[in-house]
Design a protein around this ligand. Structure first.
Ligand code: NAD
Length: 454
């Protein structure tokens, strides 16, 4: 069996060699998952709920271990990594309530009783990216399991370690064998086989729009269900009537969190022209104040990029003649370090249109509300965004006009496990998290029971 090297991006040291699943391995796993799912769906709802709570408890007991593993594998600052592991526990805890609450409907009709059942799909394939390995995996596997499905999960090649560990913790917690299997390997092998395997009834894909498009096209051959969480180029719209100090102080954290490797990164800061100069004066010290360094240190706010290949991709957006306004610091020496970088390009520049997925932000001025909205929407993406204004009517108008799935007014929050998350336009299809996510792992079955005349 072939292996893949897993590298620590802060030190460039080899962490582990991970065995790569081949196509036959996927087929075996799907067969096991199919058998396990039938047993799982037959369990009493309270038993499935208890199993998910036990899995949540196992994650809770290993938050520090999972966090340290993510620091080593992905270079996430330790504070972020602990939050991520705790978030997985919370997602499991939240969806552990599902099995006992997944009720259908009773619909009034003539001549009988009409009821709907939320039937599980069967085996669900989850394909995750490298930027938030644990959290994104849990958004797929927790509601899928809760709705009575089995899950096969393929982590990204560069960052499989925490996901592998979650698979072990699920087994230790007593989840039935075969119900939740983590299959490390290549997208072109494991991911593609999920798409073509007839017994995988749904694909939850998070990653680039390019690969997501391909997954959707492949899934069409079997009318396979898909949820897609894809790229983003989100706007942080700063109006002249907002708390400008706060908008500038928080803007770096709206884009440089996880070194900008965040689908929700507010990577286009749009500033009303009347306050543009003042905003830039305030932004500079805020960007230079971002603490970039050893991800194991509690005070670190930004770690390295995930890999050398990704570093090269990010660096290509900042050539020597790039319109750099100012930059923050980054360590030298080993590790894929890239300093927080602020660009002031023209509106049609590549850096304004393409997802960079690194600590590079563009700042553009706009004239009035209509211009700001048009600029925010001038992208094929529509995942996230922020609006800074103290005018309530403007906040309402603009938040309804921006074509995006997740907006925050006067903050940069995007993800809560109890609210829906997903993209407009080419940022995706379907929604994860929130109260309705389990329904996207079910088929609605309608049954009419005729009543005989007395
Ligand atoms: P990617 O598309 O290269 O890979 C994502 C996953 O797909 C990986 O596991 C990869 O192995 C697999 N894959 C590759 N080729 C495949 C194929 N032919 N068939 C099936 N699977 C295949 O993305 P990435 O570089 O890992 O992640 C970065 C991207 O993910 C960015 O565009 C980012 O915006 C996006 N993302 C989106 C969200 C969201 O919720 N919308 C969240 C995180 C990341």
């Amino acid at each position: 069996m072939s292996t893949s090297d897993v590298i620590n991006p802060a030190t460039e040291d080899l962490l582990r060699k991970v065995e790569q699943t081949d196509e036959a391995g996927v087929d075996d796993a799907v067969a096991r998952a199919k058998a396990a799912q039938k047993q799982w769906a037959r369990l009493a709802p309270a038993e499935r709920a208890a199993a998910l709570r036990a899995f949540a408890a196992a994650v809770d007991a290993h938050v520090d271990e999972l966090a340290e593993l993510e620091v080593a594998n992905s270079g996430h600052p330790i504070g972020n990594a602990k939050w991520e592991a705790g978030h997985v526990r919370d997602v499991l805890q939240y969806y552990s309530a599902t099995p006992e609450r997944l009720s259908g409907k009773q619909i009034p009709v003539a001549g009988g009783l009409d009821v709907t059942f939320n039937e599980p799909l069967g085996v669900v394939g989850v394909i995750t990216p490298w930027n938030f390995p644990m959290t994104i995996a849990s958004w797929g596997f927790a509601p899928a399991l809760a709705a009575g499905n089995a899950v096969v999960l393929k982590p990204a090649e560069w960052t499989p370690l925490t996901t592998i560990r979650l698979g072990e913790l699920a087994a230790d917690a007593g989840l039935p064998a075969g119900l939740f299997q983590v299959l490390p390997g290549k997208g072109s092998v494991v991911g593609e086989r999920f798409v073509t395997h007839p017994d995988v009834r749904k694909i939850v894909f998070t990653g680039s729009t390019e690969v997501g498009t391909r997954v959707m096209a492949g899934a069409a051959a079997q009318v396979k269900r898909v949820t897609l969480e894809l790229g983003g180029k989100s706007a942080n719209i700063v109006f002249d009537d907002c708390d400008l100090e706060k908008a500038a102080a928080t803007a770096p954290y709206g884009v440089f969190d996880n070194a900008g490797q965040d689908c929700c990164a507010r990577s286009r800061i749009l500033v009303q022209r009347t306050v543009y100069d003042r905003f830039m004066e305030l932004l500079e010290p805020a960007v230079k104040g971002v603490v970039v360094g050893d991800p194991r240190s509690e005070g670190t706010e930004m770690g390295p990029l995930v890999s050398k290949a990704h570093w090269n991709s990010v660096a290509s957006f900042v050539p020597d003649d790039a319109p750099v306004a100012f930059r923050g610091d980054a360590p030298s020496g080993p590790g894929y370090w890239f300093p927080p970088t602020v660009l002031t390009p023209q509106r049609d520049d590549r850096t304004v249109r393409e997802e960079i997925f690194g600590p590079v932000v563009v700042v553009l001025p706009f004239d009035d509300e209509a211009d700001g909205i048009a600029l925010a929407n001038d992208t094929p993406y529509g995942l996230s965004g922020s609006i800074w204004t103290d005018n309530l009517s403007r906040a309402l108008r603009v938040s309804r006009a921006v074509e995006s799935g997740n907006l925050s007014v006067n903050s940069h929050s995007s993800v809560r496990y109890n609210t829906p998350f997903g993209g407009f336009k080419q940022s995706g299809l379907g929604r994860e998290l929130g109260p309705d996510a389990p329904l996207s792992f079910t088929e609605t079955k309608n049954v009419f029971y005729a009543i005989q005349e007395a």
